[in-house]
Write a protein that binds this ligand. Structure first.
Ligand code: AHR
Length: 391
């Protein structure tokens, strides 16, 4: 059977297996992805689920210690379009995917670094189509503008798996699956921590907040910025002094912070950095300008809130420089091999899945937060947690 006919058969099989699954065969027990702590199917937190049918595939094939699906058949060719190398998180994400899709594990990975340009991602997708890859993995820099490129992949019969950030397209059949983070929830957890902290400490003064945003139009920016905007609207004494993009990089984080210091000076109580790299830059700028960083905002300290929970971010959390660091999980390699295993073996594949994420603080004022009736744990950071971090 030629490759295209095989793909057509696969698509038909996936559809029929999905129907079987919808009819009640796919909702029991925990999936292997959860067993590995890769996906969150915890009713208490995100709503993501991953169907248990992967367990059947894994029984008959091998799974590495890290949860990587080892393909023992013909090599599977995967084209991966990565955004770039803007942050420590991004490097960890690339490393996780590249080290999962190795020749030893049964894959032929074609990796493309788009260097922060959507046009380069379009180009990469077209090249993957020309190379007749079996699957495309796309981490989209921004949400919009993907309809044309994804249509070309669909017409070529190549399933596209979107990872990390989302695409916003008219027709969601243009991609096969999305696996990523609930960025709004990450932001809501950070704001809920701040709310609980201020309440417990009895701090009710006007709170001046600066938002150093991520790359504008990226899901990670949209979710985190919107969560902050909503929290500011819900609190009469929270004032969003300014929001400006730091593009998820340290140098830009520093630059934005320097200009905010000039503009708002001691009105700044809280800096909401949309990733750790921006936080490193903001912290440097604040220290150089003579500001004291810490949680005692009643006495002039500037509180830093951050996202990602990279090793360096958690070290700064442990020493109290970052008040709270909400995790964004970059370890997509094993999840993606398992996703491709589902597709390759015509198993049911859930359209959207969320990765598992935590939140860390050294401060013992807040142990958990409540959002929409759900409880979210705040993990008190320790050196042991940092030592276990692989990124
Ligand atoms: O899309 C995930 C975000 O992108 C991470 O928070 C950030 O560090 C990265 O560059």
């Amino acid at each position: 059977m030629n490759k295209k006919a095989g793909r057509l058969l696969s698509i038909i099989s996936i559809l029929s297996i999905q129907l079987v699954s919808i009819c009640g065969c796919g909702d029991s027990g925990t999936s292997i992805l959860q067993d590995y702590g890769l996906l969150n199917n915890d009713a208490e937190t995100q709503a993501g689920t991953f169907d248990t049918s992967f367990n059947d595939i894994a029984d008959s094939e091998s799974l590495s210690e890290d949860g990587i699906y080892i393909n023992t058949g013909d090599a599977i060719t995967v084209g991966f379009s990565q955004i770039g190398a803007e942050s420590d998180w991004r490097l960890a994400c690339t490393n996780s995917i590249v080290s999962a899709f190795t020749a030893e594990n049964g894959y032929n990975l074609i990796y493309d670094d788009a260097q922060q340009k959507q046009e380069n991602q379009f180009k990469a997708i077209r090249e993957f189509i020309d190379q007749d890859v079996d699957y495309i993995i796309l981490d989209p820099i921004v949400e919009t503008g993907w309809d044309g490129a994804l249509l070309e992949a669909k017409e070529a019969g190549i399933p596209v798996i979107i990872v990390d950030r989302r695409v916003s397209v008219e027709d969601d059949s243009l991609y096969t699956a999305w696996i990523g983070a609930d960025f709004y929830l990450e932001g809501a957890r950070a704001c809920a921590w701040l709310d609980a902290y201020l309440n417990k400490k009895g701090i009710d003064k006007e709170i001046g907040i600066i938002d150093i945003q991520g790359t504008l139009g990226a899901s990670a920016q949209i979710g985190r910025s919107n969560a902050l905007k909503d929290a500011v609207e819900a609190h009469e004494n929270w004032n969003l002094l300014a929001a400006e993009s730091g593009d998820f990089v340290k140098a830009k984080g520093r630059e934005v912070m320097e200009s905010m210091i000039k503009e708002y000076g001691y009105k700044i109580d809280v800096v909401y950095c949309e990733n750790d790299n921006e936080a490193y830059g903001a912290i440097e700028a604040l220290k150089d300008a003579g500001y004291k960083i810490g949680n005692d905002i009643n006495n002039g300290e500037v509180m830093i809130i951050s996202f990602d929970s990279t090793r360096e971010g958690l070290e700064l959390t442990l020493d109290g420089t970052i008040a709270v660091d909400t995790e964004c999980n970059p370890l997509y390699g094993p999840i993606l091999t398992q996703t491709i295993a589902c597709l390759h073996n015509n198993a049911y594949l859930q359209k959207e899945s969320y990765v598992l994420e935590s939140q860390f603080s050294a401060d013992r004022t807040v142990y958990s937060t409540r959002i929409d009736g759900n409880t979210y744990k705040v993990t008190i950071i320790s050196q042991d947690i940092i030592d276990e971090r692989v990124y």
